[in-house]
Design a binder for this molecule. Structure first.
Ligand SMILES: [Ca+2]
Ligand SMILES: [Ca+2]
Ligand SMILES: [Ca+2]
Length: 134
């Protein structure tokens, strides 16, 4: 009797697990839009490995004091001193800085602004942090 009850419980648990897996698969990326999800979504600050917002990206929802350890996705590679274009999809002005902790020379973007080729600004492969500006 105990064996039978245990078997039923296992079957139920499997059924629930299957449903949960199916749910996760069908909801897709839109339901999980957020930082570090491969997409430069509205509300995010993004740095791209290559010019013209290509070659993989890092996406932040706010200030980031050091881009080291943030990996361009899906291409790979550390973002610190490696970004070649940027896009500010937040509603606030953003500064990108050559040094960590938002220090050193900066360039800024208005809400919705972008830089397609940071080399034109002397900032290719230089950005190490970003902060909102007043
Ligand atoms: Ca995102
Ligand atoms: Ca970081
Ligand atoms: Ca730097």
């Amino acid at each position: 009797m105990n064996v039978s009850r245990s078997a039923k419980r296992t079957t139920l648990a499997l059924a629930v697990a299957t449903l949960a897996t199916g749910f996760a698969l069908t909801t897709g990326s839109a339901a999980f839009a957020g930082p570090n999800d491969n997409n430069c979504d509205p509300g995010e600050i993004c740095g791209f490995k290559n010019a013209n917002r290509s070659g993989g990206l890092v996406d932040f929802s706010g200030n980031d004091s050091w881009w080291h350890g943030d990996i361009f996705r899906p291409t790979g590679g550390d973002a610190d001193d490696e970004a070649s274009s940027t896009w500010n999809r937040t509603g606030r002005r953003v500064g990108y800085y050559k040094d960590i902790n938002c220090n050193g020379p900066l360039i800024f973007e208005e809400p919705g602004g972008f830089h397609l080729n940071l080399a034109l600004n002397g900032f290719n492969d230089e950005i190490s942090s970003n902060c909102f500006l007043p």
